[in-house]
Design a protein around this ligand. Sequence first.
Ligand code: ADP
Length: 189
Amino acid sequence: KNPPSPRGRVKLRITITGTPGTGKTTVSKLLAQRLELPLYELSKLIKEEKLYTSYDEKRNSYVVDTDALRRFFEEKESFIAEGMVAHYIPSDVLVILRLKPEEVKKRLKMRGYSEEKVVENVESEKLAVIATEALDSPASPKILHIDTTGRTPEEVAELILEGIKGKEIFDDVDWLEDEIFGSENPDIY
Ligand code: ADP
């Protein structure tokens, strides 16, 4: 039932978290190919394996059973798990993807999200909700924090590979400060 195991070369557990729209799925696919690791898309996995406690009718989403989620990955030695709850899963490397809120907004609108869901996620990125959660209770010894704004998926994947090899990758991001004091790159507004 599980994806085929890798060819026994690398033992590596990578988790990739971030606000919806930051590019988790896209970059994960690139990395899974490059590293030959099985890829778990958590939004799908949580439904398929019923790793939830209930369904939130108002928010139209499952309430994740984080203990069950952790248990699912407990015995697995090599994987990439991506999703906005990935930071609950113990791993060797946790990647936090960030993206300028204006860009999050554009991408989620394109995806056809409701206005309410767009606003909720844009605010969440602005306030660094997921990043703060991930940094406050680290489930991984190594954390890469990447500002994906203006970077291609290939460039982001390359940074992650460098991070895995040992380079420190921790971009300075403060969207609130940008909003108050102006961005260095105001053209995109
Ligand atoms: P997530 O999994 O975090 O919700 P996706 O990988 O689904 O994000 O990407 C959301 C949208 O943004 C998709 O349309 C995707 O093609 C696009 N996208 C992802 N990464 C980038 C990038 N680095 N630059 C430009 N567009 C991107």
